[in-house]
Design a protein around this ligand. Structure first.
Ligand code: ZN
Length: 500
């Protein structure tokens, strides 16, 4: 059979998978953005049913045979086709060893566990959630065994989110971060400086915050004609295709900057999703290189750009005009310090740039222990609190503000958290390169944000999944991931802010 015919058959199958995945994505979107909670279990069942069809279409004898034949004629394939075949093979490998029945049960379990977690978090009731989490971890460990791994079961999942990443590399990465960040956090804590934040802790009309968010996503480069912005408890981005990219943010009456930076963050993700190259969309490689690279794009806009002093030189007076009663009498420096205060706090998503990666380290270490079996779910809250004490010097007063704060584990997302810290470090390295290429601080100061989007599109976005993260970062910056840029950036920024 000819190559084209085989590829045609493969595309037909992938179209089906995409169709089902599209439907489950819409269900998730619906759940998160206002569908009645009362229908949650029904939705979870439907997701379970569709996931069975996804499984069947990927792990079918037919697809396995097509991929095998295409691999045999590798020399005839274009680079893009080769990468696609590899990608499908990886997908098959990740499913094939898991018995379908178990996979379907697991999919339905995580959909239910998410609902249970929501309730447990609301009621500060870890015990009601614990059996679900235990069951999920059981599956995670079992699936790693089915799939096979080298050195550590965690490596299986790391590779799903960050192709090529291993526990060994990550241990080294976090050790470097610890060495670079912990002393800085301590120095700042010792200074005992409190910045005035009262003026951004008063009511800002939600309608005005909404208008500001809509303006912001467009300002940083999101095309609202090919997507939309809604509200959800936990902000997220969903790219159904490059012409239908949806993002959410949240609004808190007396904390307008929370929605501002959430919008900038999700905006960074959403801009990535909108700028995959057309040449790869037909080849089904329209996805991020990795979750870490995806996160680098959100961090780029949230922190490196929108928390930058030069950014606010242009934008602060506009914000004052919108909120004259709250900000009219507050000067730029006071505002800048208020939005860049470094403080050890309880909630990861609300934490500052400096302490953020410490929250990730805690989760990473706990996940490793849970998967190793050296930590039992019943002891998880205690272990969480101990790590909070040792890394951040604070202990949550209850589990809702501690171990129950994140949804990831209820979704079965083990191995995902490190993406956030990797994203911070990738972003710093990319930012440094942009600075070499175009003097980034000047670009921001001169209000030329489209230039940044252009650079990111050329160096990151357009490639989609064509390159592995390591290949991508080397091509863009000339070297492998190096956390020193992130540590340098943090030291530089916070030394100025805190006068160290
Ligand atoms: Zn993100």
């Amino acid at each position: 059979m000819s190559k084209d015919k085989l590829l045609g058959q493969l595309y037909e199958k992938l179209d089906k998978v995409k169709g089902y995945a599209y439907a489950t994505s819409i269900m998730h979107w619906d759940s998160a953005t206002g569908a009645p909670k009362s229908g949650g279990l029904k939705r979870a069942d439907s997701i379970g049913i569709l996931s069975e069809d996804i499984y069947k279409n990927i792990v079918s004898d037919e697809v396995i045979e097509i991929v095998k034949k295409l691999k045999e004629m590798e020399s005839e394939l274009t680079t893009v086709e080769k990468i696609l075949v590899e990608d499908v093979q990886k997908n098959i490998d990740s499913y094939i060893k898991i018995p379908m029945e178990e996979y379907v049960k697991y999919s339905s379990l995580v959909a239910k566990a998410t609902l249970v977690w929501e309730d447990a978090k609301e009621k500060n009731d870890f015990e009601s959630y614990a059996p679900y989490l235990e069951e999920i971890i059981g599956y995670i460990r079992k699936f790693a065994d089915y799939r096979g791994y080298t050195d550590h079961p965690y490596n299986v999942y790391l590779d799903d989110y960050e192709p090529g990443m291993t526990v060994e590399k990550l241990d080294e990465f976090f050790a470097e971060l610890k060495e670079g960040i912990v002393p800085l956090v301590k120095k700042i804590a010792d200074k005992n400086m409190d910045f005035n934040k009262d003026f951004i802790s008063v009511p800002f009309a939600i309608e005005d915050q909404k208008a500001l968010s809509e303006e912001l996503v467009q300002y940083i480069g999101f095309d609202l004609s090919r997507g939309f912005l809604k509200e959800s408890v936990h902000p997220f981005t969903m790219g159904l295709c490059k012409d239908d990219v949806r993002l959410t943010t949240h609004y808190h009456l007396s904390n307008p900057m929370s929605s501002y930076f959430s919008t900038a963050h999700e905006g960074g993700h959403a801009i990535y999703e909108q700028n995959f190259d057309d040449s790869i969309s037909g080849a089904y490689l329209v996805d991020a290189a990795s979750m870490g690279i995806h996160e680098s794009q959100s961090r780029m806009y949230e922190n490196y750009i929108c928390r930058n002093y030069n950014y606010w030189k242009n934008n602060y007076n506009k914000l004052q005009d919108r909120f004259p009663d709250q900000l009219g009498k507050v000067d730029l420096d006071t505002f800048y310090k208020a939005i860049n205060e470094a403080k050890c706090t309880l909630i990861r998503t609300e934490s500052d740039e400096l302490t953020y990666s410490l929250h990730i380290m805690i989760r990473y270490e706990l996940e490793i222990e849970l998967l190793n079996g050296t930590l039992e779910v019943k002891d998880l809250p205690k272990a969480w609190n101990q790590k909070m004490q040792s890394y951040l010097g604070i202990v949550p007063p209850n589990d809702s503000l501690g171990v129950l704060q994140d949804t990831h584990w209820s979704n079965g997302l083990f191995g995902y958290f490190p993406s956030y810290a990797l994203g911070n470090a990738y972003a710093a390295q990319l930012y440094k390169q942009m600075d070499k290429d175009m003097d980034i601080e000047k670009v921001i100061e001169k209000d030329e944000l489209p230039k940044i989007k252009e650079w990111l599109t050329d160096n990151v976005h357009k490639y989609g999944k064509l390159m592995k993260p390591e290949e991508l970062i080397v091509k863009a910056t000339g070297e492998k991931l190096n956390p020193k840029y992130y540590i340098e950036y943090l030291n530089d920024k916070y030394s100025k802010i805190y006068d160290l």
